[in-house]
Design a binder for this molecule. Structure first.
Ligand code: SD4
Length: 319
């Protein structure tokens, strides 16, 4: 598989890989256009309900989105965190990259920014996401992401108050195979332009205002055309503390193979959080691929290139 041009993305999102590949191959060799178009497919298809609108409602039932594009030629990036009411979040990240000197915009003010570029403001909730949220409320709001707090005695939910005990935190239960699936994508064009990006609706029942790893450079993704790129998925609250995508690219820089670099990045986290759920895809700038994962049995990722224009899903075992 080691050849460029190439598209690699997390999980089994074959339509995204296929779309990115077709843009890359037919549309003038633009890695940025390919990545944007590939991520848009997942956003529109609501890949596993964890990319795009209508998934991962927060504690208030609202869906907010995170996305990033990192350009390995210029080492410039655009990202949005916790944006409200805008569906095409990868497009907003692209505007931050190309139309501003900033790197990251957040929340309602990022919505204003998106609107100024003509992106429609529309509800991100759907019957599906609202039903998920209602069920969770009925089920006493399993406070997934709080610690050392007590629920309101009447509602059994928030507002939470500080409590004087250490609550149990079971890292493995918050993210699992039903609460994952950020798209992280790497594209390398024919001339060796390496870009990486992400798009996600984050984590189910997150505390309103939460931003994950996906829009954080070096965490959700990282790219350097001189070296290669990485993109990560999984428990972003934990993963972002270790900058796994940055670490993997730096390991490539030091001479590690992509598989080794991926393994090092995942192991660094697992040493401290043995049960954390996550995976990473890594490629050098020649298109050699590696992947590693933790907290699941095997991690699927999808590759598209000249031989597999439709995209082919591969698996790496996490042990
Ligand atoms: C996040 N990393 O917001 C994302 C979610 C994800 O697999 O990738 N899940 O934490």
């Amino acid at each position: 598989l080691a050849e460029i041009p190439i598209v690699i993305n997390t999980w089994k999102f074959q339509h995204s890989a296929q779309k990115a590949w077709s843009v890359l191959n037919e549309g003038g060799d633009s890695a940025l256009d390919a990545l944007t178009a590939g991520c848009e497919v997942c956003q529109n298809e609501q890949c596993d309900f964890t990319v795009g609108f209508g998934g991962s409602p927060d504690e208030n039932g609202e869906t907010t989105l995170d996305a990033m594009i990192f350009d390995g030629d210029t080492m410039d990036m655009g990202a949005v965190g916790g944006i409200r009411s805008i569906k095409n979040v990868i497009k907003v990240a692209r505007h931050v990259l190309e139309r501003t000197e900033h790197s990251l915009l957040v929340g309602s003010l990022a919505t204003q920014f998106a609107k100024s570029f003509g992106l429609p403001k529309e509800p991100l909730a759907t019957n599906y996401s609202l039903n998920l949220w209602r069920e969770w409320r009925l089920n006493n709001c399993q406070p997934n992401f709080w610690k050392n707090v007590e629920p309101d005695p009447k509602s059994k939910c928030g507002p939470y108050k500080p409590a004087n005990f250490e609550s149990e935190s079971d890292v493995a239960s918050k993210f699992d195979t039903g609460n994952h699936d950020t798209i992280g994508m790497i594209v390398i064009s024919r001339r060796g332009h390496v870009v990486a990006g992400t798009s996600t609706n984050g984590a189910k029942f997150k505390i309103p205002g939460r931003v994950g790893d996906s829009p954080i450079p070096g965490a959700g993704a990282y790219a350097d055309s001189k070296i290669g790129a990485a993109a990560a998925t999984g428990d972003g609250d934990i993963m972002m503390r270790f900058l796994p995508s940055f670490l993997a690219v730096e390991q490539l820089r030091l001479g590690a193979s992509p598989s080794k670099a991926a393994k090092i990045a995942i192991t660094r986290i697992a040493e401290r959080y043995p049960k954390f759920f996550g995976g990473i895809v890594v490629t050098d700038n020649k298109g050699e691929i590696g992947a590693a994962c933790n907290g699941m049995e095997k991690f699927p990722f999808t590759v598209a290139n000249e031989r597999f224009p439709e995209g082919i899903t591969k698996y790496v075992s996490c042990t």
